[in-house]
Each structure stands twice: as structure tokens, then as C-alpha cells.
Design a protein around this ligand. Structure first.
Ligand code: APR
Length: 235
């Protein structure tokens, strides 16, 4: 059943891996989850990249290639359609590094954990879009150095992106909706509390109860492709 959006002026939506699961991208903490064959330390920390950059490139190259075989699903599309029709402010904050929200047409979007389709030069800081594989020989076209490019992904121990913009939106929101995230990774896992302090109604839409389910005002469980279009009035 659709949420009653009358008197709602400012919304923050947080998404996690669960919203892309039905597009065919695996989540992190399931049995067949992404980290299973690779300890997190190896592929998702700056230290892991220093130790074995070739392995890290291989891991993210495979994930980047996978994007060409998946499509946004009904949940991504419902959020984008809602953004277009909503007259107030809405900020979509995703922990996902895929481009499915972008392809669905969402605009007020923050990729707080970075993007698979971007790389960063560790020498000159330039951030560029990439479609092709990265390697330890990749050349930075801006500074001319070799082997300095890394995926523009926020690894464990690094600062998430655009936190000021996110906390500003949380401080003003009157509705906070968390979709498809287990609530295991901070700071995103604490956003619902910031929203609560601002007086917002907080909602969890997830397949299973997340870590902080009891802290939300309202929880609905089921697949994102069903719940999200229903909640945002697109079905
Ligand atoms: N519909 C809705 N929710 C789903 C679906 C689905 N079809 N399938 C799975 N889920 C839910 C699971 O119940 C789980 O709560 O999605 C959540 C996925 O949780 P995680 O795998 O922990 O992913 P996420 O919360 O996005 O991880 C956060 O951790 O590993 C780091 O940086 C990585 O951004 C990631 C962060």
C-alpha cells in the first residue's frame, strides 16, 4: 500500500545491495555474497591494494564487466519516477557502487561508497569515468604516470563521499526510508538515528529485518521490486 506523502516535504532514501539483488547483482553478506572468495582485507582496503594491486584490479574489473549484463529493476525505476513527481526535496543516498540508480534516471543521487565506473589517480587526484579494465600498467592521461590509477571506491577505513551533503539532508528530512541494506556498515547504518533526531518518520523496506529493525518506526518485509513500487505509489 502506498505511503501517504501529504505533509512530507523532505525525504532521504538510503539504498544498499538488496535493491540491486533482483537485477542479478549479489549482496555482500549472503552465503554466495561477494566477499566469500575474497577476504575483505584483500580487496576492500587500501592496505590490500598496496599489497596486491593486480588482484584488486581483477576483482573490480569483473564487477565492472558484470554491469553490462544487468538492468535497473522495478525498485530503481519507482524511485526515479517518484523523484520526478515529488514537489519537495528528495536525496537518494546509495551504498551501491553499481550504476543502476543512474541508469534508472535518478538525479539527486549520492554514491557514498564510490562508483565502479570511475577511477582515481593516486598521484594527481583526477577522477575519470572508465568502461574498460584497469591494470597495474594503466596510464593516467592527466599526469602521464603509469600504475597510479585505482577504482574510485570507498574501501574500509576510508571516508565515505559527500557526507556533509548527506547529514544536511538528514537534519532537515521528515521521512527517511532505508531499502535493502543490512545496517552493518557505518556511517550509513546510523543515518536513521540522525533522521529520527530531526523528527523524521523512519521506514525500513527489506527482505529480512536489518540490524536496527527495532529502531525504525515502520518496517515492511519483502522483495524490493514489490515493496518499493508499492510504497512510492508506482504500482
Ligand atoms: N529485496 C530487498 N532486500 C533484499 C533483497 C531483495 N530482493 N535481497 C537481499 N536483500 C537485503 C538483505 O536482507 C540484506 O539485509 O539486502 C540486504 C543486503 O545487505 P548487505 O549484503 O550487507 O549489503 P549492504 O547493506 O548494502 O552493505 C553495506 O557493506 O560491504 C560493504 O561497502 C559495502 O556498500 C556495502 C556496505
Amino acid at each position: 500500500m502506498s505511503f501517504y506523502f501529504t505533509n512530507i516535504n523532505s525525504i532521504v532514501v538510503l539504498t544498499g545491495a538488496g535493491i540491486s539483488a533482483e537485477s542479478g547483482l549479489s549482496t555482500f553478506r549472503l552465503k554466495d555474497g561477494l566477499w566469500d572468495n575474497h577476504p575483505v582485507d584483500e580487496v576492500a582496503t587500501p592496505e590490500g591494494f598496496q599489497r596486491n594491486p593486480a588482484l584488486v584490479h581483477e576483482f573490480y574489473n569483473a564487477r565492472r564487466q558484470q554491469l553490462s549484463s544487468v538492468e535497473p529493476n522495478a525498485a530503481h525505476l519507482a524511485l526515479s519516477a517518484f523523484e520526478k513527481s515529488f514537489s519537495g526535496n528528495i536525496l537518494l543516498v546509495t551504498q551501491n557502487v553499481d550504476d543502476l540508480h543512474d541508469r534508472a534516471g535518478s538525479h539527486n543521487l549520492v554514491h557514498m561508497h564510490g562508483e565502479l565506473l570511475k577511477c582515481r589517480c593516486t598521484a594527481c587526484g583526477t577522477i575519470k569515468e572508465i568502461r574498460s579494465d584497469l591494470s597495474t600498467d594503466s596510464l593516467c592521461e592527466d599526469c602521464g604516470r603509469k600504475g597510479t590509477l585505482r577504482p574510485d571506491i570507498v574501501w574500509f577505513g576510508e571516508m565515505p563521499m559527500e557526507l556533509d551533503r548527506i547529514y544536511d539532508a538528514l537534519a532537515q528530512c521528515d521521512l527517511f526510508v532505508s531499502i535493502g541494506t543490512s545496517g552493518n556498515v557505518y556511517p550509513a547504518a546510523g543515518f536513521f538515528q540522525e533522521a529520527k533526531m530531526a523528527g523524521a518518520h523512519t521506514v525500513e523496506l527489506n527482505l529480512d529485518p536489518g540490524e536496527h529493525a527495532s529502531g525504525f518506526d515502520q518496517c515492511l518485509y519483502g522483495p524490493a521490486t514489490q515493496l518499493v513500487p508499492e510504497f512510492f505509489g508506482a504500482s
